[in-house]
Design a protein around this ligand. Structure first.
Ligand code: NAD
Length: 493
């Protein structure tokens, strides 16, 4: 770390080396729980973007030709370093993001699990032999080669900075692509430390880099640099539109993991205790700031009252507080929202619903006595009109609208009445209903009797405004590979 006037600056990693920005500019990172400065990082610009892409380009051939076993070994060494430094990474993540320590631990475990999954997959990537009809009277056959696409850029959001970095770094590295990570401006610290540790394991310089700065000043020059062939974004749908437009100009390979408004359907025969837990964790984990959060809850009228009172009872016992003081407040269950503008947006969306006739049955306010951070009470709302902003927009915070439905057709029709299609769930023991939901809900995933969760083993992504392509699972690696055909002829001897 280098010392600046008030706080130490954590350098970026370019070409395997710690480095400051070419302008020398830095910016502070603050804890959303209490406003305290927890670090500073370089404010990178186009020159730094160019330096990183040049280093990645220089590393490309060597990395593409490194054997799969050697790539895996380096990743496994890096994973061991992450495990050895877990406490520090958890602390950085909790401080810069605002999530409670136990949630930050969960995220670091998820990162490690995901990287381990991909390290193990490294030697299993393969092409195919393809029998071909005889051409020009000669015996011939085709071979499908799988070649790394080239230099990749991974752009991550602030809600899960580490797991969403892992879903890019793992597949890119085992496919043979160098990758440059650009974290969200407000959450660079844990990412920088992870990238530093993975480099310490011995990755060749330029294979894994991290640059810090804004979307417009740094993200756009990275995307548009001619040597970058692959862009992976996780972010909002509006950012996705812009990134796709920029990358599309030069036909770059893009995946977009964007916003969502996941519906959850609770049927009359559901295990209500499990469903209540699923709704609670699904909506209020990470203070409601999850792409795959339960954002619209449709409950059959037969069980509506029982479900709602059970849910209110459980959520009302949530302990809201500053996660950065775990010793004094070990029970803190929910931290602050990440940013003031996010909280204001939630308040405006809620006010819009209330003005249209919705009833707040739990929470609905900023809590008293927590004025230093961006706290908002876990909130449950009923009687929400379909045209209110809580339904038509992504609700990225701890506010849950609950709707009463009469039939499965009505629930599915309302579930699909959304610009988004990321996750969805149905809670029932009726397999015919579960099957109908899987087939008819427009979403990348439908969980059945299961909390909304992104498994490393299963491809995850969205339809409609929720994005393009998939991360997670072996399928994620395909997006970092080019299929190249070769035809061998003249083999009669
Ligand atoms: P955001 O779109 O504001 O920012 C995401 C990243 O994109 C940041 O690193 C940002 O600096 C960068 N960026 C912004 N404008 C850019 C531009 N013009 N060019 C290049 N990069 C640019 O999103 P956010 O507020 O950080 O994250 C919340 C959003 O992410 C929500 O909509 C959420 O649903 C979504 N999300 C989706 C998934 C998923 O897997 N589908 C997962 C997590 C979050």
């Amino acid at each position: 770390m280098t010392q600046t006037a008030s706080v130490e600056t954590t350098p970026m990693i370019i070409g395997g080396q710690p480095t400051l920005s070419s302008t020398g500019r830095t910016y502070e990172v603050r804890n959303p729980a209490n406003g305290q400065v927890v670090g500073a990082v370089p404010q990178a610009t186009v020159e730094d973007a160019n330096r990183a892409v040049e280093a990645a380009q220089a590393a490309f051939r060597g990395w593409a030709e490194t054997s799969p076993d050697d790539r895996a070994e380096l990743l496994f060494k890096g994973i061991a370093l992450l495990k050895a430094n877990e406490k520090e990474i958890v602390r950085l993540l909790s401080q810069e993001q605002g999530k409670p320590v136990f949630e930050a631990k969960g995220e670091v475990h998820h990162l490690i699990h995901g990287l381990t999954f991909y390290a193990g997959l490294s030697s299993k990537i393969r092409g195919a032999e393809v029998p071909l009809p005889p051409a020009m009277g000669k015996y011939s056959y085709g071979v499908l080669f799988r070649r790394p696409v080239g230099v990749a850029v991974g752009i991550t959001p602030w809600n899960f900075p580490l797991t969403l970095m892992g879903t890019k770094v793992g597949p890119a590295l085992i496919a043979g692509c160098p990758i440059i990570i650009k974290p969200a401006q407000t959450t660079p610290l844990a990412t920088l430390r992870v990238v530093e540790l993975l480099n310490e394991a011995g990755l060749p310089p330029g294979v894994l880099q991290c640059v810090t700065g804004s979307g417009s000043e740094l993200g756009e020059p990275l995307i548009t640099h001619p040597a970058v062939r692959r862009v992976a974004l996780t972010g909002s749908s509006n950012t996705g539109r812009r990134v796709m437009e920029l990358a599309g100009r030069d036909f770059k390979r893009v995946t977009l993991e964007l916003g969502g408004s996941d519906p959850m359907i609770v049927c009359p025969d559901a295990n209500l205790k499990a469903a209540i837990n699923g709704a609670m964790v699904g909506r209020f984990w990470n203070a409601g700031q999850q792409c795959l959060a339960v954002k619209r809850l449709y409950v059959f009228e037969e069980v509506y009252e029982e479900f709602l009172s059970g849910l209110i009872d459980k959520v009302s016992r949530y302990e809201l507080g500053d996660p950065s003081t775990p010793a004094e407040k070990p029970k803190v269950r929910m931290g602050p929202m990440h940013a003031e503008f996010q909280r204001r947006e939630i308040e405006e969306q809620l006010a819009d619903a209330v003005a249209k006739g919705a009833k707040v049955v739990l929470g609905g306010k900023r809590p008293e006595g927590l004025d230093q951070g961006f706290y908002f009470q876990p909130t449950i709302v009923t009687d929400v009109p379909e045209d209110s902003r809580l339904v038509t927009e992504e609700v990225f915070g701890p506010v849950l609208p609950v709707f009463r439905v009469k039939t499965l057709d009505e629930a599915i029709q309302k579930a699909n009445n959304s610009p988004w299609g990321l996750g969805s769930s149905i809670w029932t023991n009726n397999m015919i209903w579960a099957n109908k939901a899987v087939r008819e809900i427009e979403a990348g995933v439908t969980w059945i009797n299961m909390i909304h969760y992104g498994y490393d083993e299963l491809p995850f992504g969205g339809v409609k405004a929720s994005g393009l392509g998939r991360e997670h699972g072996p399928e994620a690696v395909d997006y970092y590979l080019e299929d190249k055909g070769a035809v061998f002829g003249g083999l009669e001897g």
